[in-house]
Design a protein around this ligand. Structure first.
Ligand SMILES: Cc1cc2nc3c(=O)[nH]c(=O)nc-3n(C[C@H](O)[C@H](O)[C@H](O)COP(=O)(O)O)c2cc1C
Length: 172
């Protein structure tokens, strides 16, 4: 499978990256092709809601920014892993912006499976992020949810959490 990780953390070596790295290791060992995009290090602007993508050139966003590199990755992926720190109970703005910009291409029908990885401070904050993932991705995109993984202050950067993510990647 071609697996795309969309990582919304601005910390290159943060807690979210700690989990995506372990996941990617397992998935690569299982023979999958894994590409991780760090949304926070891309130049991606918010959707303009101009409807150019629907009314002028179907599926083409009028904005000339790094989404031009992200669109082909999304459209060719078999699986997408959404990974983010929890910011104010939901996904980071950096990841959210990339998700909003998929408005231009519509539902990426090649993507069959998705997963969600969240890192937070508190252990009781995942409701809104999981609800959004479930409604916007699993239900709206029509994907199979392969797993939801969370780590909080007590479990961020732990070997146990890395093993959990590694095993998940390896199991695919
Ligand atoms: C702007 C901002 C908002 C945050 N909001 C929450 C929150 O609502 N709940 C929570 O438990 N942690 C919150 N946090 C803490 C991060 O989710 C936590 O530190 C996370 O492990 C960071 O992951 P990273 O190292 O991959 O960036 C917030 C942090 C920032 C910077």
């Amino acid at each position: 499978m071609k697996i795309l990780i969309l990582n919304g953390s601005p910390h290159a070596k943060g807690a979210t990256a700690d989990m995506t790295t372990a996941f990617a290791k397992g998935a690569r060992e299982a023979g999958h092709e894994v590409n991780e995009l760090r949304c926070a290090f891309l130049n991606v602007k918010g959707c303009l809601a101009c409807e150019y993508c629907h009314e002028k050139e179907q599926g083409v966003c009028v904005q000339n920014d790094d989404m031009r590199k992200v669109y082909p990755e999304i459209l060719s992926a078999d699986m997408i892993v959404f990974a983010s720190p929890v910011y104010y109970f939901t996904l980071s703005a950096q990841l959210q912006t990339v998700i909003h910009r998929t408005y231009a291409i519509g539902i990426p029908h090649n993507v069959k499976k998705t997963a969600l990885i969240l890192s937070s401070g508190d252990p009781m904050v995942y409701g809104p992020a999981i609800t959004q993932y479930w409604q916007a991705i699993v239900e709206y995109w029509g994907c199979e949810n392969a797993g939801i993984f969370t780590a909080c202050e007590k479990t961020n950067y732990t070997e146990e959490k890395r093993q959990e993510l590694y095993r998940f990647g390896k199991s695919l």
